[in-house]
Design a protein around this ligand. Structure first.
Ligand SMILES: *Cc1c(COP(=O)(O)O)cnc(C)c1O
Length: 447
């Protein structure tokens, strides 16, 4: 399926990418400003991120009512910021190259992954819209009034509506669980590479799981087409949805408070490097958008992808006029990191990232398993393979010639000792013990 032979003058990063070898690419279009930005024919800015954060806040009493696991935390879906000095060697950081922290979204309640942010936001936005339309809420309703959305009148409205989604697994888990808990009918279209336990978990909650023989793109396209036939069906479009993206962005104001509480400065002399596992790009793009809005130009975000599925890197290299797939590069899209097994990036996410993203890098599957074990041994935290992808970033940035040359060119090298490296671990909470034990076995064998 390779569209054209590689050019003989191909640059070294592209050559490594084509050979499925780990590589690091820097975005030449990044700018320091992040005002209102174009995306999918509209523009979004700080106010849109704040609106998503406000929606989570006013829905918190409802979430606490519907999800027992959120009662003790007042309906707030958030994760801790963890110090991880024991992981410096695993992340490839030498002494004097900054401090390593983990943003522990692998433990996010309800969805068990970063999808809790975007997926639940979109379901809440839909529920709110329907409730307003049916007079169950008014624009003046306060957070306490939102508890009514768990009541019989609201459930009767929601029961007439279907929430559908196409997913490699985790988005389906998040959307399926959130939608069915509010009383919606829920349909999840899954690709062949989705894990059996994820399908099982959804079926147990009354979610309809439709299996597709092909890859992630096929599952999304089938779901989109089916939902388009039905006016009472809302399709959560992982490739195009701004509601998803803005739900992810609401992570930023909370993280800003966590950084402040931990005494971590982010400024010209204290850069923050953030490493985010990337599938179609919505989750890491939403988070990057939010972080650049609230923390400014001294936060540098990097997306992490499997060597066989670097869809976002090939999209960023090609620019907005094109929509290449990893197959066009002779790659297979085969990876055990099922949350990241996506052949073609979200175009809106790539458009939004053009001026914001610092770069992309790729990681081998064996490295993911090895690092999953290193995370367990150093911190006791249990993450899934996809969630380990970010750990490859600090070493590529601080410990390779290419990374250091870029840091020097950006004026960042002198500040490396005071830098913070934040690895975003994106999933794992609901991995069954047997499956996790196999991951660990494979990681120990690899390393
Ligand atoms: C979905 C997912 C990602 C990436 O999110 P995208 O929006 O697909 O880029 C990363 N890690 C895990 C565990 C995921 O489930």
């Amino acid at each position: 399926m390779r569209s054209s032979p590689p050019p003989s003058h191909e640059d070294p990063v592209a050559a490594r990418l084509r050979r499925a070898e780990p590589c690091l690419w820097f975005n030449p279009r990044r700018r320091d400003t992040a005002a209102r930005l174009p995306v999918a024919g509209t523009q979004i800015g700080l106010d849109d991120m704040e609106a998503a954060a406000a929606r989570f806040a006013r829905c918190a009493p409802l979430l606490a009512q519907v999800f027992p696991e959120l009662r003790a935390v007042g309906g707030v879906i958030e994760s801790p910021l963890l110090r991880a000095p024991g992981l410096h060697p695993a992340a490839g950081l030498a002494p004097g190259q900054g401090a390593l922290w983990i943003k522990a979204d692998h433990g996010l309640p309800v969805a068990g992954s970063v999808k809790a942010r975007g997926g639940i936001h979109e379901v809440l936005e839909l529920a709110e819209r329907l409730a307003l339309r049916h007079g169950l809420l008014t624009p003046q309703s306060g957070p306490g009034d939102y508890r009514a959305l768990a009541g019989p009148a609201a459930r009767a409205v929601f029961a007439r509506h279907t929430v559908a989604v196409g997913s490699t697994g985790n988005l389906g888990l998040g959307i399926g669980v959130a939608a069915s808990a509010l009383g919606f009918r829920a349909v999840v279209h899954m690709s062949a590479d989705a894990k059996e336990w994820k399908k099982e978990r959804l079926r147990l909650r009354g979610v309809q799981v439709v299996e597709h023989a092909g890859d992630y793109e096929g599952a999304v396209a089938a779901g989109r087409a089916q939902a388009a036939q039905d006016p009472f069906s809302h399709f959560v479009d992982d490739e195009r949805s701004l509601s998803l993206l803005l739900g992810y962005s609401a992570a930023a104001p909370y993280l800003r408070r966590q950084l402040r509480d931990a005494g971590i400065a982010v400024d010209a002399r204290h850069p923050l490097f953030v490493y985010l596992p990337c599938g179609v790009g919505g989750a890491p793009a939403g988070i990057t958008f939010g972080l650049r809005q609230v923390l400014g130009p001294h936060v540098h975000c990097f997306f992490a992808e499997p060597v066989q599925s670097p869809c976002f890197m090939v999209q960023m290299m090609a620019g907005q006029g094109a929509h290449p797939s990893v197959y066009d590069w002779g790659l297979t899209n085969k990876t055990e990191a099922d949350g990241l097994a996506v052949p073609r990036a979200s175009l809106p996410a790539a458009e939004l990232m053009a001026p914001l993203l610092s770069g992309c890098f790729t990681v081998r599957d064996e490295t993911l398993f090895r690092q999953l074990v290193q995370v367990l041994d150093a911190t006791g935290e249990r993450i899934e393979p996809s969630a380990a992808a970010g750990l490859g970033g600090p070493g590529l940035l601080a410990g390779t010639d290419g990374g250091r040359a870029w840091l020097a060119a950006q004026g960042l090298l002198p500040h490396l000792p005071q830098a913070t490296h934040l690895v975003w671990t994106t999933g794992g909470l609901f991995v069954p013990p047997e499956a996790y034990a196999r991951f660990v076995e494979r990681g120990r064998a690899a390393g």
